[in-house]
Design a protein around this ligand. Structure first.
Ligand code: G
Ligand code: G
Ligand code: MN
Ligand code: NA
Length: 254
């Protein structure tokens, strides 16, 4: 309850910010985009972890206005990076189920893309299984509306849940993000590399691109390179960084 009280008004008090974690093209090592990750610093609570406050924001519905803050900040930053930094840049934003079900989502995203002069393919929306519960018809229509703008839809945390394969059959994804637990098990367990390899092959057969998450070691990126993984994200390249530090990283990468 205390977290909930302090979360009210946190947007207008400017307590939220975004960190950005680079997404690397495996073949070239270039930064092709970033995932935006929400941070909350409250004067009395200090830094609050998203694992703590996002579930509460979801339960209370505050995730909807907070989510619009995230979309606005992430797209504003992307519009400046596209100008300063040559080459395509894709920003990935996490969407909670309530945001996905908000009837204003699609028009708001459209308006923000227009406002910042961005094409849809500068944006990826990351969703987890929770989004895919509910009316299959509604979800298909929302996917079609989003993808018709050129926006990509990513299945986040792939392999962690119960029925990821079934969702891949039912809906058209552009990207699949292999859950970081597979990288954590990579060195100690023969099953993890086999499943990573099989997931990449399966995704490519469906014309879906793959991002490996949680890449921390050279052995992992070597394996991903050998097995034609498209993109990678993880501490081997960079942890999530505040805006100014991420921008420095982009300049160095040029
Ligand atoms: O860095 P990390 O601790 O940020 O993220 C923890 C969790 O919080 C991840 O599962 C991530 O998907 C989620 N998360 C981070 N930022 C956002 C956001 O803007 N919206 C939603 N819905 N989830 C987020
Ligand atoms: O659940 P989601 O994938 O949206 O959130 C990404 C989370 O993964 C963030 O909390 C981020 O800080 C964390 N993360 C990013 N790279 C690594 C990594 O290389 N190792 C670990 N253990 N966590 C990572
Ligand atoms: Mn994510
Ligand atoms: Na993930």
């Amino acid at each position: 309850l205390m977290l909930e009280e302090k979360m009210h008004g946190a947007i207008s008090r400017d307590e939220f910010s975004l960190h950005y974690q680079p997404v690397i093209e495996v073949n070239t090592g270039n930064i092709i985009g970033a995932e935006a990750l929400l941070r909350w610093k409250n004067p009395s609570l200090g830094q609050v972890s998203p694992e703590e406050f996002i579930p509460i924001a979801e339960q209370t519905g505050l995730i909807v206005p907070i989510g619009y803050y995230v979309l606005n900040e992430a797209l504003k930053a992307t519009s400046t990076w596209i100008v300063k930094y040559r080459g395509p840049f894709n920003i990935a934003v996490n969407l909670s189920p309530l945001q996905f079900k908000d009837p204003k989502l699609i028009n708001t995203v459209k308006r923000l893309l227009d406002q910042y002069n961005l094409s849809g393919n500068s944006l990826s929306l990351e969703i987890t299984e929770g989004v895919l519960l509910g009316s299959k018809h509604y979800i298909r229509q929302a996917f079609a509306d989003i993808q018709s703008m050129g926006i990509k839809i990513s299945m986040d945390d792939f392999g962690k849940g119960y029925s990821s394969l079934n969702y891949l059959r039912q809906h058209t994804f552009n990207t699949l993000k292999i859950d970081r637990s597979f990288m954590q098990d990579f060195e100690r367990d023969k099953t993890a590399p086999a499943l990573i390899n099989a997931t990449i092959a399966m995704a490519h057969a469906l014309d879906v691109e793959v991002i490996a998450e949680g890449v921390e070691t050279q052995a992992q990126i070597d394996y991903l390179t050998e097995n034609s993984c498209d993109y990678a994200q993880g501490y081997l390249f960079s942890k999530p960084l505040p805006h100014a530090e991420f921008e420095q990283l982009l300049c160095l990468d040029e």
